[in-house]
Write a protein that binds this ligand. Structure first.
Ligand SMILES: [Zn+2]
Ligand SMILES: [Zn+2]
Length: 75
């Protein structure tokens, strides 16, 4: 099940600042911002986030690219 992030009006991607159109978007689990996430291979939406697996819960979470890149793996 995909929980749709319903927003009325215009929303802008927190990564590339482009307008979010259609269903190809997700919400960052870290900063809460919306970003482009193409759900189908034929989508023209840019991929502005990544799916990351949470080490403790083993759940897959979606992070915007900014948060993903800032994530520092424990040394
Ligand atoms: Zn974007
Ligand atoms: Zn984020």
């Amino acid at each position: 099940m995909v929980t749709a992030f319903q927003v009325s009006g215009t929303a802008f991607c927190v990564v590339c600042n482009e307008e979010l159109e259609g269903p190809h978007r997700s919400t960052c689990q870290m900063c809460g911002g919306p970003f482009h996430q193409p759900w189908s291979p034929d989508s023209t939406a840019p991929r502005c986030g990544k799916a990351a697996s949470h080490d403790e819960t083993l759940a897959v979470v979606f992070l915007c690219r900014d948060c993903y890149d800032n994530r520092r793996p424990p040394m």
